[in-house]
Ligand binder design. Sequence first.
Ligand SMILES: Nc1ncnc2c1ncn2[C@@H]1O[C@H](COP(=O)(O)OP(=O)(O)OP(=O)(O)O)[C@@H](O)[C@H]1O
Ligand SMILES: [Mg+2]
Length: 494
Amino acid sequence: MSTPHTSLDTPLSVAPFPSRRLNRWVELAWHAAGSVDVRTKILGMVLALTTVLGLAVTLQVRAVMTSVFAEELESRGVSVASDLASRSTDPILLNDTYALHELLRETVINHPDALYAFVTDDHGQVLAHTFGEAGFPAGLLDIKMLAAAEANVHGDIRHWVYASNQGTVHEMIAPIMGGGAGVVRLGLTERRLQTIVNTVTGQMILTTLLVALAGIVAAMILTWLLTRPILDLVATTKEVGRGNLQARAPHWADDEIGTLADAFNQMVTDLDSSQRAVVEKEKARDLLLKKLITAQEEERKRIARELHDGVGQMLTSLMVGMRTMQRNDDPATAQARTEELCVTAGETLEQVRVLSRELRPSILDDLGLSAALERYVAEFARVHADVTVDLHCDLPGRLPSTVETALYRIVQEAMTNAARHGKATSVGVLVSRRNGTVQTIVEDNGAGFDVAAVRRRQSSVGIFGMSERAELLGGKLDIESGTEGTTVYAEVPL
Ligand SMILES: Nc1ncnc2c1ncn2[C@@H]1O[C@H](COP(=O)(O)OP(=O)(O)OP(=O)(O)O)[C@@H](O)[C@H]1O
Ligand SMILES: [Mg+2]
């Protein structure tokens, strides 16, 4: 048993909305227009515009001329035919066929558009015609054809149009003496007027072609002028993309494209200088690293020397002293010797302490930056007796240990530089917490120096190290220096 066939058995397919199809066409056209270059677009536009304009004007002029000429031909035909009818009256009444013939012949010769003329009597018999030896064309007297001529009537003159082997013919039919003596029929051809219309059309098409040609040349020059700077800009962009930061786009004119080229050049200049800065910074960092490694080695050598020459010597003399004491039985000498050895041991201990402090001040870990700086300043004042140091440390609580170490080393370096290079007699140190940052200022009244020149030299490990320490913690370090002294200003965020 077969199941009834329902409309649901066939899958339903929905035709796309016309608007969606239109969108697709617009998309395709847009894509096609977008994928050709600017030059082709402009040339295409000029060509299409001139062609459409030229053709439209030509067709319009042709249509107007044709209709004006046809009207003119008709009105001229009407007047010639009516004149012919009135002048035919006498020869017909006098039965003068020769005069009638001459009248028709003259009229046809004098009228440039006249193709033929003939006269029929009131029974339709041809009395005279201008067809000459070719003979009278039989079809012309066809009654059915004449019936169509009723449509166009100018007064008592009828007008009809028919196609012949000589082209379109306008025939005027004028009654003689109200039709009582017959009719005169005058045939006019459109050929001459059609030739004029064709000549004008040809000239207009030629003009259109010339204008289109001139338009193409003008458009080519215009697109060259327009696209040249853009192509140059594209070439420069590619060159810059390849890594040549010396490439610059030429400034062709003071228009929008010129402004764009200037902006682009400025951008490349900025890029170039920032890249140079990065390279220089990298170089300086490399140098610093090398110097740091060398400095570390030097420091190790110095400590090794110190241990060997200082602590080692003292421990040796302690050992020798103790051996001597071992062999000596005299208590008085032993007493004096023990005291000597105690002094030597004390000196050794002090040397070890100094060494360990230099390596890493344990007070920094134990008591914090303020205490460590106080200790350092006291020691600094002891070593540099001619320098007065003024320390203000306004730090409630402890700071992160990385920040404490960095600031301690910065103050240490700045103070050493002030005494060593600036020959300062007074140094001021201020450390304070403000708006989530720690600010450190070390000020001296020394000789000052050319900061920019020293920074450019890139061999100043001390100054570069101070900056690096601040920058590694996200802060910054500025140095101002003049004849009245130097100020090192460091700021590190917490
Ligand atoms: N406070 C200062 N007063 C005068 N000149 C200074 C001062 N600080 C630095 N300078 C000048 O800057 C130069 C570089 O200083 P920097 O601390 O970087 O190196 P250094 O002290 O010569 O060597 P290092 O610190 O590595 O032992 C010094 O040689 C000095 O000419
Ligand atoms: Mg230094």
